[in-house]
Design a protein around this ligand. Structure first.
Ligand SMILES: *[C@@H]1O[C@H](CO)[C@@H](O)[C@H](O)[C@H]1NC(C)=O
Ligand SMILES: *[C@@H]1O[C@H](CO)[C@@H](O)[C@H](O)[C@H]1NC(C)=O
Ligand SMILES: *[C@@H]1O[C@H](CO)[C@@H](O)[C@H](O)[C@H]1NC(C)=O
Length: 252
């Protein structure tokens, strides 16, 4: 059955082959006209490479896969005539990765696809922050996303943070948005903060910070304190020892 089927498949492939020589990659999900596959974290992308059968390319050509130029190791049965690569689960590092398939005998017969992994910023939940009066308050939100977020905003007690009158400064390097207050005052900075991002495709994400400002503590230098305790302890020990000597002496 298998033997009969094989020549049939071979002829079918010959029949379907276009005049162009090369290899083609079939993908799931589908590749767009720019050779880009749209996907998301945790998803699966499957790639199947096959030679286009022509006058000097056979249906059982050996194929090679590269990920960003580095060879992908393939099992023995997954090299000749048809080679598939499954990328699962999709991770951050797969964003922008290019998968290339070529004939082993001729690397110029090649095809490539690139992954576009979209993800929202990693913002959620609530964090409790305790800071001493007059210390520095630093709140950070991880805003890295693909596509990049279109806006980041900070709110304090429900209304937008007033940088000037609130004594805050704000920085944003594309990865982290950071709100800083240099010398914290309980009356000015204690309360609830939110950082909120807007993504063109994921909508709104937000993280909450509950900031408590505590009284300034007077720092006791620890080493002299311990040394003092040790001295007191040994002085007491010596006192007990000499008292014991006196007692034992007069008992003789
Ligand atoms: C490799 O393939 C290209 C394109 O089909 C062809 O022009 C070239 O002659 C081939 N080289 C070898 C060494 O077969
Ligand atoms: C990746 O996908 C996003 C969202 O659809 C799009 O805005 C962006 O241009 C894409 N990037 C590339 C390189 O295709
Ligand atoms: C912010 O809200 C908290 C809790 O409701 C309140 O204790 C604090 O005084 C408020 N801070 C300012 C500056 O309004």
């Amino acid at each position: 059955m298998k033997l009969m089927f094989r020549p049939l498949l071979f002829h079918l492939l010959l029949f379907c082959a276009s005049q162009t020589l090369g290899v083609n990659i079939q993908t799931l999900p589908e590749v767009n006209s720019e050779g880009v596959i749209q996907t998301e974290l945790e998803k699966t992308v499957s790639l199947v490479c096959q030679p286009d059968v022509g006058h000097d390319t056979q249906a059982d050509e050996e194929l090679v896969w590269l990920r960003n130029g580095a060879a992908v190791s393939l099992t023995e049965g997954n090299k000749k005539g048809r080679s598939s690569v499954c990328v699962t689960p999709i991770i951050y590092e797969d964003n922008g990765a290019t998968f290339t398939c070529h004939l082993r005998k001729n690397a110029t017969v090649t095809a490539s696809v690139t992954l576009n992994v979209t993800y929202p910023p990693q913002l959620s939940g609530s964090e409790e922050v305790v800071v001493e009066e007059e210390a520095m308050l630093v709140l950070q939100c991880d805003i890295l996303a693909n596509p990049p977020v279109s806006s980041v905003s900070w709110a304090f007690n429900g209304s937008e943070v007033d940088l000037l009158s609130g004594g805050f400064s704000l920085t944003n390097d594309g990865f982290t948005s950071q709100l800083t207050a240099n010398r914290v005052k309980k009356s000015l900075q204690e309360g609830t903060y939110h950082c909120t991002t807007k993504s063109p495709i994921y909508g709104i994400d937000s993280k909450q910070f509950i900031v408590t400002v505590t009284e300034k503590t007077v720092k006791i230098p620890l080493m002299p304190f311990i040394a003092g305790v040790v001295v007191v302890f040994f002085t007491a020990l010596l006192a007990v020892a000499s008292w014991w000597n006196k007692i034992t002496k007069c008992c003789k």
